[in-house]
Design a protein around this ligand. Sequence first.
Ligand SMILES: [Ca+2]
Ligand SMILES: [Ca+2]
Length: 217
Amino acid sequence: MFATAALLLSMGCTSGVVQAPYGSSVITPDNIQLSWTDAYNDYDLAGAVQLFDVMVIDDENQPMENVEIDISTSYGGVYIVPQESIELVGYPSVPKDVQSYEDLERYCTVDEDGDGVGDGNIYTLNYDWCAWYWDTVNDTYYSFAGTYADNYTNTDSGGLYWYAPTYVSATTDNRGTYRGYLLVDTLQDQGEGTYADVVITASIGVDVGTFSLQVIN
Ligand SMILES: [Ca+2]
Ligand SMILES: [Ca+2]
């Protein structure tokens, strides 16, 4: 009786997040290669969306679920977004006069001085499409889901007007995997059509894995 109860109790506890034990490893994907041009390189909701998987295995190569894993990107123009936070949407019916980042700011930021035009400082979801993101590579639109899109980052320089994390603290699923998206909005321009690689780092404490985002034009 006691043994059964103890077993059930311990099984119940496995739903908690655990630290990866000594001997476990991070498996990262191959480097991601994409083509890129200056036309995508503003903070403008246009760029590329890349799915990625990282996996944690134990010292016998078995996938480990519920393990804490921290993932970060080395450049502020490449964000990490959880899979559940973005969804595919149809072609957005944005007003015809929305053609630039400045236009988006007019519609999708708070009108602080009351002149009827957004002032570019505080992002707000005045319209559903304010949270849409265009993948130029696949010609596909994504939407940030609900509460995620309401999280915005406010900066002095006119603002990142959507939530743009370059770091997530996540847990592996029942396949020992964390699946997320990289949103590639801007890359570090090195001139003559070249852009600096971005390194994505996945850490479980006892091991660290990396993979790179590389522009091949
Ligand atoms: Ca205003
Ligand atoms: Ca962009």
